[in-house]
Structure formats: C-alpha cells, structure tokens
Design a protein around this ligand. Structure first.
Ligand SMILES: Nc1ncnc2c1ncn2[C@@H]1O[C@H](COP(=O)(O)OP(=O)(O)OP(=O)(O)O)[C@@H](O)[C@H]1O
Ligand SMILES: O=P(O)(O)OC[C@H]1O[C@H](OP(=O)(O)OP(=O)(O)O)[C@H](O)[C@@H]1O
Ligand SMILES: [Mg+2]
Length: 285
C-alpha cells in the first residue's frame, strides 16, 4: 500500500484534495479525519501539517507527500521535489517600511521576523549578510509596527497583506513556490513502491494536462490543411480524417486552453468551419 502525506490545513489543503479527487483517489469526508485508506487504489493518505510533510517523507515512514516548495526548503529535510503541481503559487520576499533599506545588503545588523527561518538563514549565509532572525508563527507583517523586527520575510501572493501593513518589498524574490510532490532524497524509501509512485505521478500529470489543454475539432479544405495544422500541431501530430464531401477534412488536436480562442479566430480566418473545443476530463500522455 502506497503511503502518501497530504496537507491537512491551510492554503495547500483544499486544492490538494481536489486534485487527488480528480485523479480518482478517495479523499476524507470530514476535516478531522487524519488518515484514510483508499482500498481500490491501494493507497493510504495521512493528513499532516504541510510544514511537517517533508520531515515525515525524509524519515522513510511515508513514501511521498504533497507540500509547498518553500516549506520543503525551509524544513532542511532530506527530501526532493519530483513533480510541480501548479497550485498554491507564491513568492517569498523581504519587506519593510519605506526608507528602511534599498537592497538586501542594507539588512546587515537588522532583525528579520519570519515563519521561514530555514530559508532566511540560508539566504543570509549565501549572501554573507550578518542579521538576526526572529521566529514568529504568522501575521508577521505586524512585527514591524510592534517593534519586534525592522524587516520581515514572508510569503506574498496578491501583495494585499503587505500593502495593508504599509510595507514594501526589498530586492528580488528569495524564491518562488508552488505545491510539489516530494520524496526522500535519492529515491522512495521502499523500492517496491516505485512502480506505484510512478503510477500516482502519471495520474497527477493527467490532471495537470486535463486542466491546461482542451480538445479542438474543426473541418477545413484540403488546400488549407498545412496552414491549419501549423496552428494546431497537437502534442504529437493532429488526427486528420476524410469528410464525405470531397476536398474537406476533419482535424482533431489538443491545444493549450489559454490560447484556444485565439486559435479558433485564426482557424476561422483561413476558412476552417465547425470549430469546436471540448474539455478533457482525464488523460495519460
Ligand atoms: N496567500 C498565501 N498564504 C500563505 N501561504 C500561501 C499563500 N499562497 C500560497 N501559499 C503557500 O501555501 C503554503 C503554506 O501553507 P500553510 O498551510 O503552512 O500556511 P497557510 O496557508 O498560511 O495556513 P495557516 O497559516 O492558516 O496555517 C506555502 O507553500 C505557501 O507558499
Ligand atoms: O499577498 P497576500 O495575498 O496578502 O498573501 C500573503 C499573506 O497570506 C499569508 O498569511 P495567512 O493569511 O496565512 O496568515 P498567517 O500569516 O497567520 O499565516 C502569508 O503569511 C501572508 O501574510
Ligand atoms: Mg499562513
């Protein structure tokens, strides 16, 4: 049975459960459940604090887990990212009151409040900056107003929390993050679990593709086929089938959903007709 760690709370928890559900896995019915077995898929899910997940996985007690890249790095655990999942995207920044510092070199000698001590300590060490770090559990934006620190280092998503606290970002992002699948560094603890891990990853990749692509069908004149195929090259190559009316073909190809409307316009402009897009619910590439 594959043993998988899943976030039990916070920004990662809902989207992770949704993705697992779309991939065909049973999920918990109620937020107090900390462990469930999905017998059909031979998987056991452990609902854990996202911050602890890399630590469990590195210990070898659990095969893989879903957590944030920033939380993985912050933990310092011997675990590695094997698949980015495209949700819970964020950046990690230093921020302070305007006029306090212009760049990270000005942070020397200052006190930085953060919930991500591991990331900040490493960043300072890499840049040879000598500054103090104060660990706070959350709401770190308030630390400056209350005099606990001169600078904060925190997750930024929309920037609303920084703006509300009257803070501005200093320097480039320390890192960019999103949800990721992690396993123990150097391979899954239990070698026999490897084929099941690969199957799990294929299912999640299938969900990612289904979320980012649509299927496009259209009819076009044979003379326009090469131009049309250039607009819709598909992943390998589009399917082209004859139509009953001579001189016409039907074409089918996957296209990135964010470009679908523009491609439909371009196809129409070269004479394609009956252009349809349909959602992909699941796939294996
Ligand atoms: N707006 C956001 N706030 C916090 N974390 C976010 C946000 N957007 C994405 N994330 C990501 O979610 C993960 C943090 O999740 P975690 O559950 O530890 O904190 P949280 O969502 O702030 O929950 P809480 O603080 O309520 O426990 C990190 O990987 C972080 O990059
Ligand atoms: O850029 P934004 O869209 O404002 O999002 C970022 C904010 O969201 C998180 O806080 P959260 O609400 O999780 O509270 P916390 O600080 O107590 O964890 C994070 O710590 C930032 O404060
Ligand atoms: Mg938070």
């Amino acid at each position: 049975m594959l043993r998988i760690a899943v976030p039990n709370k916070g920004s990662l928890s809902g989207p992770a459960a949704e993705m697992l559900h779309e991939a065909g896995y049973q999920q918990r019915r109620e937020s107090k459940e900390l462990r469930i077995v999905d017998p059909t898929n031979e998987v056991e899910f452990f609902y854990l604090r996202p911050r602890d997940i890399a630590i469990y996985v590195s210990s070898g007690r659990l095969d893989i887990g879903i957590t944030g890249r920033d939380l993985l790095v912050d933990s310092g655990a011997r675990a590695e990212e094997i698949l980015p999942l495209g949700f819970a995207r964020s950046t990690f920044h230093y921020a302070t009151k305007p006029g306090t510092a212009n760049g990270i070199e000005d942070l020397a000698g200052m006190t930085v409040a953060t919930s991500y001590e591991g990331i900040v300590a490493k960043h300072f060490a890499d840049h040879g900056i000598d500054a103090s770090v104060v660990h706070l559990d959350g709401a770190v934006e308030t630390a400056i107003e209350l005099g606990v620190a001169e600078v904060i280092a925190d997750v930024v998503e929309t920037g609303t929390s920084l703006r509300n606290a009257g803070l501005e970002i200093i320097g480039e992002p320390i890192m960019t993050s999103e949800a990721v699948v992690v396993r123990r560094t150097g391979g899954t603890a239990d070698e026999d679990a490897e084929p099941k891990v690969q199957q799990f990853l294929r299912r999640l990749q299938g969900v990612l593709v289904a979320r980012t692509y649509v299927m496009m069908d259209y009819d076009c004149r044979v003379e326009q086929l090469e131009k049309a195929v250039a607009l819709t090259p598909g992943l390998e190559s589009p399917t082209v089938s004859p139509l009953h009316n001579e001189g016409w073909v039907a074409v089918r190809a996957m296209v990135p959903s964010k470009n679908a409307q523009r491609i439909m316009d371009d196809l129409y402009a070269i004479g394609a007709r009956a252009i349809l897009t349909t959602a992909i619910h699941a796939c294996r590439l």
